[in-house]
Write a protein that binds this ligand. Structure first.
Ligand code: GLY
Length: 405
């Protein structure tokens, strides 16, 4: 998200888009216009998410749907993805102004709220900023701001000054102090809280973490490692490795998207051109990659064995689309054209039958063909909450910056 950048859409506009959706406006190339496509996708999201709510027990969150087995997976609220269901409901509310969806979102926030005290890993940004951050932005309730403020304090307990990084996962037999590229996504929570009346130290932590990531996580080609394992006493990295990727030296697709999104967001907040430079380098690495398919939905790893006969990760595409639209705001005309065109291509691809569910399909999820962790044989070729969340966010960003209302 980026809290201050999106604003709610007027209900009258939603009604107009519904009309447009039913008359299918075509662009010059014969495809539906982006306005039509986005209107249709949010109409689908509205009905699918009501179904997903119905299919999910009140104390749990949806996690995945596997079309191969017909199995719907749920999670408790400690799972790193627990904020995406309420976050997506809020994005659907933002576009449609549908009261029932707002009520469902607020009902789901109530079971999530206790996790503002969670300190078991680094995922507070995903869990609380994508949910309560959006809720506060759209609904303005002080309790929602309190959840975000408290979560920042919880996340800050994981900052390790000796290595200027936030520890991602707790130490285990295999890893001493792991810091993963995904962690860049948790920094907005800290920065926003400092900018909105909270402790200024959180901003310093976010900046320190981003600077350490910049120094150590990237290879010469601007791809990133997934995991750095730090030795806190020696203040040095013991090992650079992967967890969810194909190999220690490969470019795990979602990790690359997290890095792109994370550095773009850090630039949006700090105006530090070094972060902008890194985001641009990542974008070019991804968009010029010989293994990026023509529809711009990445394989689960850019160096996966068996390409093209392996799985796509649509979530990596959705995150990339949202980040590229944001990044397009900060670069010159030529780069903007490249980044926005790629984001449009991704949104169009995800709106096609191969990736988008039909009404009633996949238990109410929206996006198909995602991979959680292939090496662990977990959540392979399934629907996942975060693919839906960043797809919806990308469409809102496109609507905000590229459609005349
Ligand atoms: N840890 C977040 C992810 O799987 O992308």
């Amino acid at each position: 998200m980026i809290n201050s950048y999106l604003s709610p859409m007027k209900p009258t506009l939603f009604a107009a888009l519904f009309l447009l959706a039913s008359t299918t406006v075509l662009s010059q190339e014969g495809n539906p216009s982006m306005k039509t496509l986005i209107g249709e996708n949010f109409a689908l999201a509205l009905s699918q998410y009501k179904l997903l709510e119905k299919n999910t027990p009140d104390t749990l969150m949806p996690r995945f749907f596997d079309p191969a087995t017909g199995k719907a997976g749920t999670s408790d609220t400690k799972w790193w993805c627990s904020g995406f269901f309420p976050g997506s409901l809020l994005y659907i509310y933002e576009y449609t102004n549908n009261e029932e969806i707002r009520q469902i979102a607020e009902k789901r926030l109530r079971i999530l709220e206790k996790e503002k005290y969670f300190t078991g890993n680094h995922d507070l940004g995903f869990m609380i900023n994508c949910s309560f951050g959006n809720a506060y932005r759209l609904l303005g309730k002080p309790d929602y701001k309190d959840a975000v403020m408290t979560a920042a304090a919880s996340l800050a307990t994981r900052y390790r000054p000796s290595i200027q990084s936030i520890q991602s996962w707790n130490s285990s037999e295999r890893l001493k102090c792991p810091v993963i590229i995904d962690n860049m996504m948790n920094l907005e929570l800290l920065y926003w809280v400092s900018n909105n009346g909270g402790d200024a130290r959180y901003r310093e932590i976010a900046l320190a973490h981003a600077n350490t990531t910049l120094r150590h996580h990237f290879r010469r080609d601007n791809s990133s490692y997934h995991v750095l394992d730090w030795d806190l006493d020696k203040k040095e990295i013991s090992k650079k490795l992967t967890w969810q990727g194909a190999a220690d030296e490969s470019a795990w697709a979602r990790g690359q998207s997290w890095g792109l999104y994370g550095f773009t967001t850090m630039y949006a907040y700090s105006q530090n051109k070094v972060y902008l430079g890194q985001a641009r380098k990542i974008a070019h690495f991804l968009l010029d990659h010989p293994n990026l398919p023509a529809d711009k939905i990445p394989f689960w790893d850019y160096n996966a064995p068996g390409i093209p006969g392996t799985f796509r990760d649509a979530s990596a595409g959705a995150i990339m689309a949202s980040a590229l639209l944001e990044l397009g705001q900060y670069v010159n005309k030529k780069e903007k054209k490249k980044f926005v065109a790629a984001a449009v291509q991704i949104i169009r691809s995800l709106s096609a039958e191969a990736y988008l569910t039909r009404p009633g399909e996949n238990g109410g999820f929206l996006i198909k063909q995602n991979v959680g962790s292939l090496p662990h044989k977990s959540e392979v070729n399934v629907s996942l909450t975060y693919a839906d969340y960043y797809f919806l966010e990308a469409m809102l960003r496109y609507q905000k910056w590229h459609l005349k209302n």
